[in-house]
Write a protein that binds this ligand. Structure first.
Ligand code: G6P
Length: 369
């Protein structure tokens, strides 16, 4: 087993460190920065369909659902198609309104999650087109889908999803840009600049990983916390949700992810000098707003851990700890900001003596409802 872990103490850590490679594998043969082109062989037969869509419904569970929320943000931003993101378990038991002009995207690492599978079977029966975004080739969900895009992250052993999540986000980014291209919503020059940057994301993930030892020091300070809040805005919000899920899954610390502006409608009541609050505070369109949210937490003596863009000075004056990630286009923020949160959860869980690869009560794949 030590051999399988490639010298790492846990599969989870190995998989966190594999991300520069897994994201690169996911991009291979799909992006052509010089031509400003995205090619997705798995869905190219549905190009005409993409031009006449009323809306997209994303169905998923768990971490895959968080990837779906990032997808919503990107597809609406670039392809300008309305997107709804649904928990598969809720969607399947409603009487949802679905037509032939809907596209359903099912996101699933395993491709076997029972609720996600049932949701697409129902949508398919009602005439929707189904795309699968899965990691396991030939699994039930990709077989039931009309078309799809594999994430190619390689086998994920750790129950808490890490590299599968970043690969899902990568695929959804590609789908958003592909749809924008097919629907004529983006210029070739804008595509070229985005794809050139996307091509560098694997190296930037590598750079983000270099904060590991500093993150371990932060983990030592917060390992005995009983609660933790994760806050972000825009696409930083799903990143916050995923950060909170990771922490609760493997360390059993109660954690909540929230849109930063919603804090004042509830979670702010929890803040005292004991409360760690993790902010996604990178320099992007919501930067100034996030800064005021950080001030609200500091005014109540909360402990702030901020994920910031390298070279940041403003947040540094307020936050107790700042973890830097490389600067990038806002579109790719989730791919970079997720990395330190995975490491933070990992180290806290290890320090608490938890079984990080097989947390209690959780299964890698939930094939019963
Ligand atoms: C389980 C796993 C999670 C995963 C979720 C959905 O709860 O522990 O890591 O996100 O199922 O699984 P899927 O295979 O459909 O992505």
């Amino acid at each position: 087993e030590m051999l399988e872990k490639g010298g790492y103490d846990h599969f989870m850590l190995k998989e966190i460190y594999e991300q520069p490679r897994s994201v690169k594998d996911c991009l291979r043969g799909r992006i052509y920065p010089e031509q400003g082109l995205v090619q997705l062989g798995g869905i190219k037969e549905y190009t005409e369909k993409l031009k006449n869509l009323d809306r997209i419904i994303i169905v998923a569970c768990g971490t895959s659902w968080h990837a779906g929320l990032v997808g919503e943000y990107l597809i609406e931003e670039y392809a300008r198609i309305p997107v709804e993101v649904e928990y598969a378990s809720e969607f399947r038991y409603r009487n949802p309104i679905i037509s032939e002009k809907d596209l359903v995207i099912a996101i699933s690492q395993s491709g076997e999650t029972a609720d996600t599978m049932a949701a697409i079977e129902m949508a398919k029966e009602k005439g929707a087109t189904i795309f699968g975004v899965c990691n396991v080739v030939g699994a039930s969900i990709p077989r039931t889908s009309h078309a799809g895009v594999y994430t190619h992250a390689g086998p994920e052993i750790g129950v808490a999803s890490t590299k599968a999540f970043t690969a899902q986000v990568t695929v959804l980014t590609l789908i958003a840009l592909y749809m924008a291209q097919q629907r004529g919503k983006i210029s070739t020059s804008a595509m070229t600049s985005l794809l050139t940057e996307l091509d560098h994301i694997p190296e930037k993930i590598q750079e983000a990983l270099s904060s590991d030892s500093y993150i371990k020091e932060i983990a030592a300070k917060f390992k005995d916390s009983r609660n933790c809040l994760f806050l972000g805005r825009g696409s930083g919000f799903p990143v916050a949700l995923e950060g909170a899920l990771k922490l609760k899954e493997i360390s059993y610390i109660h954690a909540e992810g929230y849109p930063a502006a919603e804090m004042k409608h509830g979670p702010i009541a929890l803040i005292d000098e004991e409360m760690p609050v993790v902010f996604i505070a990178t320099r992007n369109s919501s930067y100034e707003k996030v800064i005021s949210n950080i001030q609200e937490v500091k005014a109540r003596k909360g402990k702030v851990i901020a994920i910031v863009t390298e070279g940041d000075t403003e947040v540094r004056q307020m936050a107790d700890y700042c973890i830097e990630i490389p600067a990038s286009d806002e579109a790719f923020l989730p791919l970079l900001a997720t990395i330190p949160l995975q490491l933070l959860s990992y180290h806290i869980a290890v320090m608490r003596g938890c079984n990080v690869d097989q947390p209690r009560n959780l299964a890698k794949s939930v094939t019963v409802e």
